[in-house]
Design a protein around this ligand. Structure first.
Ligand code: ZN
Length: 160
């Protein structure tokens, strides 16, 4: 069976940055499952999956536009240290839930000084070309329930 809309694919992957550092990988023996055509994975990877079948191995480089987007300098803000009441120590790399113009957003602490904290609301992988090494483990048809929910149930997917 080929990967197409309404198919569920399970795949092993290793994601590296342009310097070759591993950013993320599926755990050994536990492929990730996604529903093709539902936007469960970044667009560039989803496109590269189209038409593949179990056993296929391939590498794809996904541009930021087809990945987590370009970096938006407007999402970097300096906020008063006092905005972090109740947080004992703030260090670069920490992530917080913040209230953005379009609802809650995840921000990453970029810098800290005595009075202020620089936070970055960009996705940590925004602006980064993504190199995926992929091996397709299984392709099957989605169930009616999975199609209704827009995601995969069971192994490698949602449990609820
Ligand atoms: Zn569900």
């Amino acid at each position: 069976m080929l990967i197409a809309d309404r198919a569920v694919a399970l795949f092993h992957y290793t994601l590296t940055d342009p310097a070759g550092a591993v950013i993320d990988a599926s755990p050994a023996g536990q492929p990730l499952a996604y529903l093709h055509g539902a936007g469960n994975i970044v667009p560039g990877l989803e496109q590269a999956m189209q038409g593949r079948s179990a056993g296929d191995r391939f590498d794809v480089i996904v541009s930021p536009e087809q990945g987590y987007g370009e970096r938006d300098p407007g999402l970097v803000q300096v906020v008063p240290r006092a905005a972090f009441q109740g947080v004992d120590s703030i260090e670069p790399g920490m992530q917080f839930q913040a209230q953005g113009g379009h609802g809650p957003m995840l921000v990453t602490v970029a810098a800290v000084d005595a009075d202020s904290v620089t936070v970055d609301g960009n996705h940590p992988l925004a602006g980064v070309p993504l190199h995926f090494a992929v091996e397709i483990a299984q392709v099957r048809e989605a169930t009616a329930e999975e199609l209704a929910h827009g995601h995969v149930h069971g192994a490698g997917g949602h449990h609820h």
